[in-house]
Design a protein around this ligand. Sequence first.
Ligand code: C2G
Length: 445
Amino acid sequence: MRKVITYGTYDLFHQGHYNLLKRAKALGDYLIVGVTTDNFDLERGKMSTCNNVMERIDAVKATGLADQIIIEEYKGQKIDDIQKYGVDVFAIGSDWVGYFDYLKEYCEVVYLPRTEGISSTMLRQERPTVRIGVIGTGSIASRFVPESKCVNSVEVVAAFNTNLQECKAFCDKFAIECADTLETLFEKVDSIYVASPHYTHYDYVKKALLAGKNVLCESPFVFRKEHAEELYGLAEAKGLVLMVALKTAFCPAFCHLVSLLKSGVIGDIVEVNASVTTLTDETSEKMDSKRYGGSMSENACFPLVPIFKLLGTDYKNINFYSKMKNDVDLYTKAVFRYDSAVASFQVGLGVKTEGNMVVSGTKGYAYVPAPWWKTDYFEIRFEDQNKNKKYFYPFAGEGLRYEIKDFVSGILSKDYFFSKVSKKENLAMAEVQEKYIGNKNLFRL
Ligand code: C2G
């Protein structure tokens, strides 16, 4: 049996892809098709894919041409696959001519004619555009607008802020429309990015969902579990996308770290510890108790992501240890007890500590240096240091483009929508905030 292999992204599957697979199949008796993972495409600079890996695998499967479908997730994998599957022929489109000659050492290499006049890029331009309205014109919103320009099929068209002057200045800066009322904003868009102070999130998210808009809400999302449940219920009832913008959860390095650790690379996970401290002026709104200020409300959402993703949300109990001033926490250490693991985090606006993350396991541990919450690098370390491995990933710009890309994909490809921060995790985060605000198991230092 003569085995042929080929690889691709197969985004917005089209006739060119089909023709290539057909020509590749004709070269032998058995065709293996490697479909790139979302992360691998991000790593090789393909930021604009619209379909996620599941959609792209289904599109290849639907042709009936592939005898076997595998995923391609790292550079150099082609050599491993050719040897592992006993491949006779590597085939790829003529746009790659010469690029894969190094594979001639392992099998025949055939460059097949491309189909002219069609490409995923062309099809992307024909896709609908998600029109986003921004509520809140502060620092994160100022980073969001430029980041959105790096993502396909999305446009920030307008902004709203109760302070009209601030709103006009923001809109002039980014050449977008200034909405003088929420209703005006809703009329102009189909989706809303809530980047207002966190104690206003619940109200704005609810109004946007009631107005039939998809919502991407900055973290921390809301401070009560019942509010989170109500908002998700509203979104589900109206068939809208509701996502929480927690950039850490969408970044390539963090996503791969979680996959690696969940696959058992360091054995059973026994402890997760992470810190996020950002010294803040005492007069800042972030330190104002009347506005839900403090370290927990500002930073706890970051370490809660790896804790809940790696250990789940069914912790047995949680204790908080806080250094308070003017009724807000300058610093809080939280300790979670699980059945067979422990987790802790340190957050601080008035205390500085090392900002790394360490995940300890029965075979080794993961080390993510500061600032772990926006990392492009981590290490997996073992007793035998010769086995240590370092991993490097892209972290482009402000790192917001990854969450924007997921939000847009969720809206344009609803049937495949899954958010990298699940509803369950977001409910659990809101509950942690609620417990803290309710002084449950809170010990003042
Ligand atoms: N193709 C084609 N005609 C087109 C467009 C694409 O023949 N009009 C071919 C490409 O040459 C490639 C395959 O279809 O062989 C898949 O194309 P992409 O999805 O763009 O995948 P690509 O980025 O080329 O990745 O490891 C991945 C491989 O390097 C190919």
